[in-house]
Design a protein around this ligand. Structure first.
Ligand code: SAJ
Length: 476
């Protein structure tokens, strides 16, 4: 029997677990482990920005924003049963059989493909400091392919003197959770589990199997698991870029993208799929905006460049450029609309409806609206921003008062498909702007073009080549 297998046999079944990083991945993960194993330490740096979570969690409260069905009740339950405790004392890692790390891995610079792994590296050093033989270490954060067996194994070796795959088990089990359904996603999504060797994979399966209700374990090696996670988001970003490009073509061809989308989507049958997603004002969030760059970087760092058409750009980074162009396109549509009235963006008031990156949410990370806002600001526009879910965001003032936001607006740009915007009435909007022919730019296909054109609006919609050059109704 090899050394690691012998060590794991001596330790016996996993009973105590440590979860590093009490964020939107670590908290539900820790609560579900606590429900299925003997005890869980939630490990959180006592930093100014997030140290408050320790006290909240130990009072059985969930520090995450927004609704997370079942999570706070589960935290209370495992706290009452004495099966979960949160601490900033990382030496507790010495007591556990397995430790997972769920730490954000943003990008410093997506042009140079430089990720900011500093928080993850710090977490790994902390784990390494207290690592014991026979333990299992799992990375749940999204990482550049090659990180688990490369950088992570290296830091753990430096900090502990122990060798991954021989003295302890090491695996990657990427999170696949979405805010608003954290518990359900962990229990019901299939779980990719990839060890740096067979024993590591088997030990990680032992950790994740009890947590799954509907989900199945999909086992592979660590690098394949890293490629799966970054790949699944890269391919989603690509699908969105594909329909965004088609929308831009439909505008040029003066046809309605939604007719074309319906037509393409109608082709069904065995083995026939067309995942036609929805064109929009851009792609935001913390997943799709960075995972492509993790994938690209992993391939470059691997050493052997893939066989690829000479001088051709990666389809995936091109997809990122197309999606990041959509707020620019929204700007161009706004400018075109105003120019039909002899107006310019400069000195005009532009109202932005929707700052959150996704419908009916307060999550503003990497919102496409910010790029549009900055372009307007640079051009000297007066800008107001409305979002029913977002109170504030960095230096941008967000209003929940539609009247104030629309008053005197020469143009209105819809960036998020919040349900409140589905019922926008042209008469009300026009009255609030006090403008005879307001421009309205629909970035999320939430309004009916004819309703607004009929009331004297200048309409522009993404993919609406059939409407974007309409006659201006005389209706004042
Ligand atoms: N978007 C479009 N058109 C679409 C779909 C999305 O423009 O057809 C835009 C959205 O407006 C948003 C951005 O893309 O700005 C991202 O939207 P998303 O629905 O992909 O939501 P995310 O970013 O929260 O993606 C997460 C991912 N989940 C994880 O990484 C665990 C992704 O893998 C999921 O596929 C996605 O949720 C989902 O399907 O909900």
């Amino acid at each position: 029997m090899n050394k690691l297998r012998e060590l794991l046999r001596k330790i016996g079944p996993i009973r105590k677990i440590g979860v590093v990083g009490m964020g939107y991945v670590g908290i539900p993960s820790a609560a579900l482990f606590a429900e299925n194993f003997d005890f869980v330490w939630g490990l959180q740096r006592g930093s100014r920005s997030s140290g408050y979570k320790i006290e909240m969690l130990n009072r059985g409260l969930c520090p995450l924003k927004g609704e997370e069905p079942g999570l706070e009740e589960l935290i209370q339950k495992v706290r009452t049963e004495g099966k979960f405790e949160c601490t900033s004392d990382f030496s507790k890692i010495k007591e556990v059989d397995a430790v997972t790390l769920a730490i954000q891995t943003p990008f410093k610079d997506s042009v140079k493909l430089e990720p900011d792994f500093s928080a993850l590296e710090q977490g790994l050093r902390q784990v390494g400091k207290y690592l014991q033989k026979g333990m299992l270490v799992v990375l749940e954060s999204t990482v550049t392919p090659g990180t688990t067996g490369g950088m992570a194994a290296g830091i753990l070796r430096e900090a502990s003197g122990l060798e991954a795959g021989r003295d302890f088990a090491l695996a990657h089990a990427p999170e696949r959770v979405m805010v608003g359904r954290l518990i359900r996603n962990i229990q019901e999504h299939d779980r990719i589990v990839g060890g740096i060797n067979k024993e590591s994979t088997e030990r990680a399966i032992e950790l994740y199997s009890p947590v799954l209700t509907k989900g199945e374990i999909i086992a592979m090696d660590a690098t394949a698991a890293e490629m799966t996670k970054t790949g699944e988001n890269t391919l989603r970003d690509l699908q969105i870029a594909a329909v965004n490009e088609l929308a831009l073509y439909c505008e040029a061809m003066e046809v309605n993208i939604y007719d074309v989308r319906t037509g393409i989507d109608s082709l069904r049958g065995d083995g026939i799929t067309r995942a036609v997603l929805y064109p929009g004002a851009g792609v935001g969030g913390h997943c799709l905006t960075k995972d492509t760059y993790h994938l690209e970087r992993g391939v470059r760092l691997a050493g052997t460049m893939p066989d690829y058409p000479p001088d051709a750009e990666s389809l995936y980074t091109l997809a990122r450029k197309i999606n990041d162009f959509m707020p620019v396109h929204m700007y161009n549509l706004t400018s075109e609309g105003l120019s039909r009235l002899g107006k310019r963006i400069e000195h005009s008031k532009i109202a932005i409806l929707g700052w959150a990156f996704i419908n009916n949410s307060d999550d503003t990370r990497n919102t496409p609206a910010e790029r549009y806002y900055k372009m307007l600001k640079k051009e000297g526009a007066l800008i107001s921003v409305h979002d029913p879910y977002v109170a504030k965001s960095n230096s941008v003032r967000i209003s929940q008062d539609m009247n104030e936001c629309l008053k005197g607006a020469a143009a209105v740009a819809i960036f998020t498909g919040h349900r409140q915007y589905l019922g926008l009435k042209p008469g009300m909007i026009k009255k609030l702007t006090g403008v005879q022919h307001p421009v309205i730019v629909d970035g999320r296909n939430v309004i009916d073009p004819d309703d607004f054109i009929g009331k004297g609006f200048i309409y522009k919609g993404i993919g609406r080549g059939d409407k974007n050059s309409h006659d201006i109704s005389a209706r004042a």
